[in-house]
Design a protein around this ligand. Structure first.
Ligand code: DC
Length: 227
């Protein structure tokens, strides 16, 4: 099968990374978790103790950093590993503190410019499954397959709560739900590349179907696209 690019967008907790990883594995494609890149940018900001309103310093910090994604290993519990200047920040970028600040950092146009350029470079030869918020609309507008994954906020919050518990973090359902709804609102109403379904994306609601069923649907779309 010749290599296509697959863009998967949607709100937090819709199941993007599980589905994207499985699709990538089935096709032998590279999985790129763009949310992890914005989380790494947020980690850089907090680590350097840059004030969240100081956009110029945040952009400068992200510009000089070497943000790298690597395939999962035993230590990362199935997650893509994230490195900043060689330091493994895989687990810390998933923490609540990073989640709290990632929306404002990812709303900065200069930060997006740097990371979008990296993402486009990684996809230039095809054969990637990339997930995020603006992949089908901005990063890979010519992707052959575009998916917009959704689910009710309650289901998404349940999944996040489970995720956090698995990482040993304290999670209370009501708080997680409030956080997820606040983040959705912020991500979908920001000026720069808001979370939005591309007009040519196929929307799949994952409330009542398993990740494997979604993967099957996407693999079928790929087969139909290339043959
Ligand atoms: O998918 P995630 O929860 O790890 O993403 C973290 C944040 O990064 C999310 O709240 C919005 C931002 N993000 C973005 O603005 N654009 C992307 N392509 C991916 C993530």
């Amino acid at each position: 099968m010749s290599s296509v690019n697959i863009a998967i967008d949607g709100p937090a907790g819709a199941g993007k990374s599980t589905v994207a990883q499985k699709v990538a594995q089935a096709l032998g494609y590279l999985y790129i978790d763009t949310g992890a890149m914005y989380r790494a940018a947020t980690w850089i900001t907090l680590e350097k103790k840059i004030d969240i309103s100081n956009t110029n310093e945040i952009i400068a910090g992200v510009k000089v950093a070497d943000i790298e994604l690597k395939p999962p290993d035993d230590s990362s519990r199935g997650r893509i590993r994230v490195f900043v200047n060689g330091d493994d920040v895989t687990m810390i970028v998933r923490s609540r503190i990073i989640t709290r600040f990632v929306s404002p950092v990812s709303a900065i146009a200069g930060v997006r410019k740097i990371l979008v350029a990296k993402q486009q470079k990684m996809a230039e030869r095809g054969g990637v499954v990339m997930d995020g918020r603006d992949i089908g609309t901005v990063v890979l507008p010519n992707a052959e397959i575009k998916i917009f994954l959704t689910a009710s906020s309650e289901i998404r919050a349940k999944r996040r709560e489970q995720d956090l518990k698995e990482m040993g973090q304290i999670a209370d359902f009501k708080t997680v739900l409030a956080e997820i709804e606040a983040r959705d609102l912020f991500d979908s109403t920001r000026e720069e590349s808001p979370l939005k379904k591309a007009p040519d994306a196929i929307e799949i609601n994952t409330d009542n179907i398993s990740a494997d069923e979604v993967v099957e649907k996407i693999l079928k779309m790929c087969r139909d696209a290339v043959y």
